[in-house]
Design a protein around this ligand. Structure first.
Ligand code: APR
Length: 229
């Protein structure tokens, strides 16, 4: 039976595909204050702004491609049961060929009811416009978990992390909870690695690989992973 390789990814894994990370631009995300575009209050204040912000992010997805790091994780499925828990809302893991991807913070390519987030979840690859209504009569909104909202996938993520033989954390500053707490749910037998070009604060039992993801993952495989099979 294949061993469980659990991977927690953040914005850093998509950086080399050309998708901007969050915390390297003074709290601004693509020139917008996070409060304006990624909170329920922002949505209530100005739906048009929030829709156009995510429409732009969704359109950008069509311009970017999975990079070597996404492709490595997909390739490793041959030898490992790879389960990805991602904070990213892009679909680059899926497009690289990864089969088990759990999105903690939602998905750009989906929309949902704005009165009940888990209702009328539908694939949407194009713009969501003001006046596009879900069958319950509410404005469709992006299927994104905003600051202050529940993270319903967290329970499943904790169960996955608890069964990890190897935990690999890639490209996340680990500043956003509850996602960041996943590193504390692994068993004492789990081998833990972090690949990031600025290693975030992690528990002592992690082996740090301070490299960009596209270089760090091939290195990790050669130096460590293939010896753990
Ligand atoms: N390779 C590896 N790591 C990288 C690279 C790269 N090429 N480029 C940047 N990084 C690292 C940074 O050093 C940083 O540790 O990626 C991390 C990005 O951190 P954040 O921008 O804080 O992104 P993330 O941790 O994914 O944010 C978590 O916050 O804004 C919310 O919901 C949003 O899911 C997001 C969550």
């Amino acid at each position: 039976m294949k061993k469980n390789l659990v991977v927690l990814t953040g914005a850093g894994i998509s950086a080399e595909s050309g998708v901007q990370t969050f915390r390297d631009s003074n709290g601004l995300w693509e020139n917008h204050a996070i409060e304006d575009v990624a909170t329920p209050n922002g949505w209530n204040r100005n739906k048009e702004l929030v829709l156009s912000f995510y429409n732009a992010r969704r359109a950008q997805l069509k311009q970017v491609k999975p990079n070597t790091a996404h492709l490595c994780l997909a390739e490793w499925q041959k030898h490992w049961n790879v389960q990805i828990i991602t904070q990213n809302v892009d679909d680059l893991h899926e497009r690289a060929g990864s089969k088990h991807v759990l999105h903690l913070h939602g998905e750009l390519i989906k929309k949902c009811s704005s009165t009940n987030k888990e209702k009328y979840v539908t694939v949407e690859r194009n713009d969501i416009r003001l006046g596009d209504l879900a069958p319950d009569g509410s404005q469709y909104r992006p299927y994104i978990v905003w600051f202050g909202e529940d993270v319903p996938a967290m329970e499943t993520a904790v169960a996955i992390a608890a069964k990890a033989d190897v935990l690999l954390v890639i490209g996340t500053s680990l500043q956003v909870y509850p996602a960041a707490s996943l590193v504390h749910y692994v068993s004492t037998k789990c081998a833990c690695f972090v690949v990031d070009n600025h290693i975030p604060r992690v528990p002592d039992f992690f082996t740090p690989i301070e490299m960009p993801a596209t270089k760090g993952l091939p290195f990790l495989y050669e130096e460590y992973l293939n010896k753990l099979l």
